[in-house]
Design a protein around this ligand. Structure first.
Ligand code: ADP
Ligand code: MG
Length: 605
């Protein structure tokens, strides 16, 4: 997919040519250049910030700390080595990236509000550090930075070109990340981090990588900026206001987009310049910025660019009503493809031991509530095993302990002979454990196809930088969609589908990892009878092709007709287990769960 469309490309080339031509065509443009330097700086910072805060949704309110780190790296090394700080931009980038990597490993363990507050704390810590490490930083007096050796007549023009170059590189980096699997994974994390992990995305590596990368443009710009200002002190280098402005820039332009932060950066820098010239002091400027921020958040929460884009698309779409394909036609469409052949291609890997999944003495307590109370169960390879029980009996909690979403209070999980009790959620997904959720958890801002290509079969650096539509994943995703009869929905937003369709997409998503066992949590609840039949067909086909299934379901006729073996859970304990015939006639089960009328709608066995 091309990130930049043709008319946009034309505008961009034109803008770049104009920016390059300005110092040459208008020799007397030092003032304009100095204003544009601020524009470049803010656009660079907002684009860098966007990598972690826009894509992954981890909003950092202290990101200018990495500009400060770049400035001090430049200033200190320029003094030590007696060179110009501008030459030290790559080092500034490197130091910022390494510091961000270390900080990221710690701060990215927190989320949402705690993360925001911690990022501010990080900025303030560096402010204090710079003020107190007098021998290195000159304390609060700061450091004078060696001035350039180029001819005086050149003025700020060299800074102008170098920073413009850095802006182009930063946008290129952002574009590269966005079209890579790393970018897709980050957006998945923003949508639903737990779900992202459950389909095999190593969320820690993704977040830390993005956080570290996001510091690179800051660090590089900092080394230049130190020399441009000629002076570095703690308050200037680690200014919280700079962080607020750059967040504002990204929000105004449109966070999570490629060009939004760039446009926002220019707007904020221009606003800063004009408000200083025409309205006087800093305080009135901050006040106006505050008002703008409130207005943006209230009326344009997704930012300028996405708002314009969606208005434009709405205009274009008027008349051609969105095509909703009814569910009956999906059910019909499956007959056109050879689903059995596809099923054998989508299923997992070779050999697994006879007991594909073993749960031993699993206990999970929430405070005083014991949701799972010493459950042991075995799932046989190639079986469809049922897990039934009244609401609140601990079925979902057991699933969460098996998949690693919850850490069990005690007990063990053994998957294909390996103890995975302490493995991470994403690594269990790679080991062949697939799982769907009771309430579907798709990435709502992504298309159906993107939802399917987001899971990763491997996690290596090469895999992360590969294009998100590269490799055979797209072909396989389309094949899986065809298998589920969902091929028409490929380009639809996942959020636009019905609840039942979303459940099928979620199953398709899990199939992308070629799981050896799939845990289905109430797949038939809340979906219409046509889709239930279809779902049963899909489950049977997958099972015939070699996939093991563990299914939680309240639709007893469905469970009785699908399963080879059934476990009954009540109040966190296994009440009994057996074949469908045994379960149907067990008086304890009838009393605890099924009730005397349970056979009324059961199919002929
Ligand atoms: P089921 O899926 O069988 O309907 P659950 O596993 O969702 O049941 O819930 C079992 C019990 O555990 C319930 O009493 C529920 O309130 C409790 N529970 C589940 N998740 C949590 C949680 N995150 N915190 C506290 N209690 C929980
Ligand atoms: Mg449940």
């Amino acid at each position: 997919m091309n990130v930049i469309k043709r008319p946009t490309r034309l505008v961009l080339v034109l803008a770049l040519v104009l920016l390059i031509a300005l110092p040459i065509a208008v020799p007397d443009s030092q003032y304009e250049q100095s204003v544009l330097l601020w524009c470049f700086l803010f656009a660079i910072m907002a684009s860098g910030w966007n990598l972690i805060s826009g894509l992954a949704g981890y909003v950092s309110l202290g990101h200018s700390v990495y500009l400060g780190i770049g400035m001090y790296t430049g200033a200190i090394l320029a003094k030590t080595w007696d060179v110009q700080s501008i030459y030290l931009m790559p080092l500034g980038a490197l130091v910022a990236a390494v510091v961000a990597l270390l900080i990221g490993l710690v701060v990215l363990r927190t989320r949402s509000h705690s993360f925001v507050i911690i990022t501010i704390a990080v900025l303030l810590s560096f402010l204090l550090l710079a003020a107190n490490l007098k021998s290195l930083t000159g304390g609060s007096d700061g450091l004078i930075v060696k001035q350039p050796s180029w001819a005086k007549e050149l003025g700020n023009t060299p800074y102008y070109y170098v920073l413009l170059g850095l802006l182009v590189l930063t946008i290129a980096l952002a574009a590269f990340v966005m079209r890579s699997r790393l970018g897709a994974g980050l957006v998945a994390i923003r949508n639903d981090e737990g779900k992202a992990a459950s389909i095999g995305i190593n969320t820690t590596v993704y977040k830390v990588t993005a956080y570290s990368l996001s510091a690179v443009p800051f660090g590089a710009a900092g080394a230049l900026w130190a020399q441009y200002l000629g002076f570095v002190n703690p308050i200037g280098a680690f200014a919280i206001l700079a962080s607020v402005y750059l967040v504002l820039a990204a929000l105004i332009g449109g966070r999570g987009t490629l060009w939004g932060p760039v446009i926002g950066g220019f707007l904020v820098a221009l606003f800063q310049e004009f408000s200083t010239r025409f309205s006087g002091g800093v305080s009135s400027r901050v006040l106006i910025m505050g008002v703008i921020l409130i207005l943006v958040v209230m009326f344009m929460p997704s930012g300028l660019l996405p708002t314009i884009k969606s208005a434009w698309e709405r205009r274009k779409a008027r008349g051609s009503a969105v095509k909703f394909i009814d569910q009956a036609s999906i059910a019909a469409s499956t007959t056109e493809v050879d689903t059995s052949a596809i099923a054998s291609r989508v299923v997992h890997r070779g050999d697994a031991p006879e007991n594909i999944l073993e749960v031993r003495d699993m206990v999970k307590r929430f405070g005083g509530v014991t949701a799972v109370d010493g459950v042991s169960l075995t799932v046989k390879r190639g079986s469809i095993t049922g897990l039934i029980g009244p609401n609140g009996s601990g079925k979902t909690t057991l699933f969460n302990c098996i998949t690693g979403t919850y850490e069990p209070t005690s007990g063990e999980v053994v998957l294909t002979g390996h103890d995975i009790t302490s493995a991470k959620v994403w690594s269990r997904a790679h080991d062949g454990l697939g799982r769907t959720f009771q309430i579907t958890r798709l990435f709502k801002s992504m298309t159906v196809l993107d939802n399917l290509v987001a899971p990763l079969e491997r996690t290596s650096p090469q895999e992360m930088v590969a294009g998100r539509y590269s490799g055979e994943e797209v072909d396989r995703a389309r094949e899986v969609l065809a298998f589920m009869g969902l091929q028409e929905f490929e380009k639809q937003n996942a959020a636009a589908l019905s609840f039942g369709q979303q459940k099928l997409v979620e199953l398709a998503q899990v199939l992308m990892l070629r799981p050896s066992i799939i845990l289905l949590d109430e797949p038939a609840s809340g979906i219409n009878p046509t889709l239930i039949d279809k779902l049963a067909t899909v489950i049977r086909k997958l099972n015939e092709a070699g996939t093991t299934v563990l299914i939680v379901e309240h639709n007893i006729p469905l469970v009785l007709s699908l399963c080879d073996h059934i476990h009954v859970l009540a109040e966190g304990k296994i009440l009994t287990q057996g074949t469908p015939a045994e379960i149907r006639n067990d008086p304890n089960v009838i009393e605890a769960y099924l009730g005397p009328d349970h056979m009324v709608e059961a199919p002929n066995a």
